[in-house]
Write a protein that binds this ligand. Structure first.
Ligand code: SF4
Length: 204
């Protein structure tokens, strides 16, 4: 069971396998092994176990909540670990599907913003129809709009916001890029399947 795994100068945290999307192309449906790390969790790790697995964070350029699932399902743990890292001036990135406010039924951004330096949000589609096909959100209709609202709500509170889409045949990447940059006013990042397999998961 792998709680942390290093790629380049970053350390990735694998804290849950649960997710509120069911993207058919998700890495977790393809393999349980990324670069030799088995990311299937028998039990979700506690804050103490996560911090122990990180060890000395100053060895890394960045600590990334990512996993094989949606890290913000474990909001309390993300905050607790990020707080400790922030005290040591370690940059923290959260890779998310942008559904945390739906999950927790409140705006959680002010709760995490003080401790994280970057948020990477997977949008993956230029409209709701494509989003529902690609991501199959368990919250159903309206989720796409809520993810866009989540992105906008991050803007006043988090310095670095990256919105991503995976290059898939059914996605109009040019339209997603335009929407992200012009309508949402944040940075767009295109992801390719090969890159994701190198890192951790589809879409983030
Ligand atoms: S790709 Fe990301 S958002 Fe989609 S099911 Fe997998 S972990 Fe969840």
């Amino acid at each position: 069971m792998t709680i942390v795994y290093q790629i380049g100068h970053s350390l990735y945290l694998n804290i849950t396998n649960r997710c509120t999307n069911q993207c058919g192309f998700c890495v977790r449906y393809k393999t349980d092994n990324i670069q030799g790390y088995n990311l299937t969790l028998a039990v979700e790790p506690s804050v103490k176990e996560i911090l122990a697995a990180i060890g000395d964070p100053s060895r890394f350029r960045e600590i990334v909540f990512c996993g094989y699932g949606e890290p913000l399902l474990r909001l309390a743990e993300v905050i607790a670990v990020s707080k400790v890292l922030k005290e040591q001036n370690i940059p923290v990135r959260v890779n998310t599907n942008g559904q945390a406010n739906l999950i927790h039924q409140r705006n959680i951004i002010p709760e995490i913003a003080p401790y994280i330096s970057t948020i990477s949000i997977s949008l993956n589609a230029e409209n709701e129809t494509v989003y529902n096909q690609v991501c199959q959100p368990s919250f159903g209709p309206g989720t796409y709009q809520k993810v866009k609202e989540f992105i906008l709500a991050c803007k006043p509170l988090i310095t670095n916001i990256i919105v991503t889409a995976v290059a898939l045949p059914q996605v109009n990447i040019k339209a997603v890029k335009q929407l992200v940059e012009k309508e949402l006013g944040v940075r767009f990042k295109l992801r390719h399947y090969d890159d994701i397999m190198q890192e951790n998961r589809y879409g983030r």
